[in-house]
Write a protein that binds this ligand. Structure first.
Ligand code: SF4
Ligand code: SF4
Ligand code: SF4
Length: 179
């Protein structure tokens, strides 16, 4: 079984927000609610300052607290690719998963269910890249099977220094950022 994940090259991300707009259009997220977002942080010491830009979304964690805390089983790990999903008809909107996520990746949709990034599984199952990956003008986002040593994501992780966000939270995130 594949273990789908994402690799994002922070050196090439220009913070244009095209990924955010593409997600909003593809997934018709409600006004004021997004499945992905950009963070900007200044690093280093004056005068050697640099701007670190990250495109962030649900990390589709290998050990997801949002799944283990869900009282109905609505939050689950999909058989295919290990993608973390929500079955909206089974969700009671209790917000336990929202509270459990260290990445603040979830919101409650106005229709009453928890929502978040799906890795665009509806596109991936058709052999397409996620919408955010497909529109990036600098091609800084990569998507694929982390368990396949020949995949582009695996080769990038083997050859470049990288990090994940909040590894200390212990959820084993599956989005990696190239330095
Ligand atoms: Fe769950 Fe949050 Fe991890 Fe996504 S990032 S799988 S919502 S704990
Ligand atoms: Fe499960 Fe829905 Fe409650 Fe989240 S809000 S824990 S998906 S029932
Ligand atoms: Fe949005 Fe799809 Fe990208 Fe997730 S993978 S942030 S759902 S466009």
């Amino acid at each position: 079984m594949a273990r789908l994940g994402m690799v994002i090259d922070t050196k090439r991300c220009v913070g244009c927000q095209d990924c955010v707009v593409a997600c909003k259009t593809e997934n018709r997220t409600p006004e004021g609610m997004n499945r992905d977002w950009i963070t900007y942080a200044t690093t280093g010491k004056f005068p050697k300052l640099s701007l670190k830009i990250q495109s962030e979304r649900c990390n589709h964690c290998d050990d997801p607290p949002c799944v283990s805390c869900c009282p109905t089983g609505a939050s689950h790990v999909h058989d295919w690719g290990g993608v973390v999903l929500v079955t909206k008809d089974e969700c009671i909107g209790c917000k336990a998963c929202v509270a459990s996520c260290p990445y603040d990746a979830r919101y409650i949709h106005p229709d009453g269910y928890a929502d978040k990034c799906t890795f665009c599984i509806h596109r991936v199952e058709q052999g397409k890249d996620p919408a955010c990956v497909s529109v990036c003008p600098t091609h800084c986002m990569y998507f694929g099977d982390l368990d396949d040593p020949e995949s582009e994501v695996s080769r990038l992780l083997a050859s470049r220094r990288h990090y994940s966000i909040l590894p200390e939270a212990g959820t084993k995130p599956r989005i990696f950022y190239l330095e």
